[in-house]
Design a protein. Structure first.
Length: 239
């Protein structure tokens, strides 16, 4: 405590000495007669006065504050919607399909014609959803043989939508082992295709909305063309 008290005394003495020294310098300059003391004092006073903040800076600060508040509000509102309402994901399914053609120009160049019925449904009773982007790909094992894009569309609460999708494969290269495997499937009258759908979905609840990616996977077992009837299917949809 004693050391701290001595430190305060020393600082006070230093400030006093500085003030006295400044006053002496000012008196010397004024007595010299080459400087107008009134102008000098006015200049010093103006520099010591705090400067006014530019109105543009104030406007920018206010806009940033408003934007931050809105961002926090919509973030909290979205979190409340997700935690309280617990929206259900839309569902992608293929209730019907037909394999019209499988033909090989060469041992590894494949041509095909495949049609299926895509069923999109929104099981949520509280949220509307909009499919902003959609792409469906057709695979034989892990080899891509056709693809098709979807136009944006909206599903109301509890609504479903059917869409016929026609996929054509023209001179698609298949690795020799997969080409041989597909020919064996045709001969055995059991052809297995895989459908992979990728969708960008936006859920809407009034002014609140949030987007996410949705992925649909379906495995279809069909008879060989030209009948190409759907025998079995297995579908799942997840984020």
């Amino acid at each position: 405590m004693g050391s701290l008290f001595l430190l305060h005394i020393q600082m006070a003495k230093t400030n006093k000495v500085s003030s006295e020294l400044g006053a002496q310098i000012l008196d010397f300059v004024c007595d010299d007669g080459r400087v107008d003391c009134n102008d000098l004092l006015t200049s010093i006073t103006e520099k010591l006065q705090p400067r006014r903040t530019n109105p543009v800076v104030w406007c920018g600060a206010i806009l940033c504050m408003i934007f931050s508040i809105l961002l926090i509000f919509f973030g909290v509102a979205t979190l409340v919607v997700v935690l309280v309402i617990k929206p259900k994901n839309p569902v992608f399914d293929t209730p019907a399909a037909r394999l019209n053609l499988i033909y090989f120009d060469t041992p590894v160049n494949f041509n095909g014609d495949f049609t299926f019925l895509a069923n999109f449904s929104n099981p949520s009773r509280k949220l509307d959803v909009r499919f902003e982007y959609g792409d469906v790909e057709l695979y034989f094992y892990d080899s891509l043989i056709a693809s098709q894009a979807f136009q944006p569309f909206t599903l109301r609460r509890g609504e479903a939508r059917l869409a016929s999708v026609h996929m054509i494969s023209s001179l698609v290269f298949l690795p020799p082992n997969l080409a041989l495997e597909l020919q064996q499937h045709v001969q055995s009258n059991r052809v297995i295709y895989n459908i992979r759908g990728t969708f960008r979905v936006r859920a809407n609840l009034g002014l609140i909305h949030f987007s996410y990616w949705l992925r649909g996977r379906c495995q279809l077992e069909m008879t060989s063309p030209p009948i190409g009837a759907l025998l079995a299917r297995s579908c799942r949809t997840k984020r």
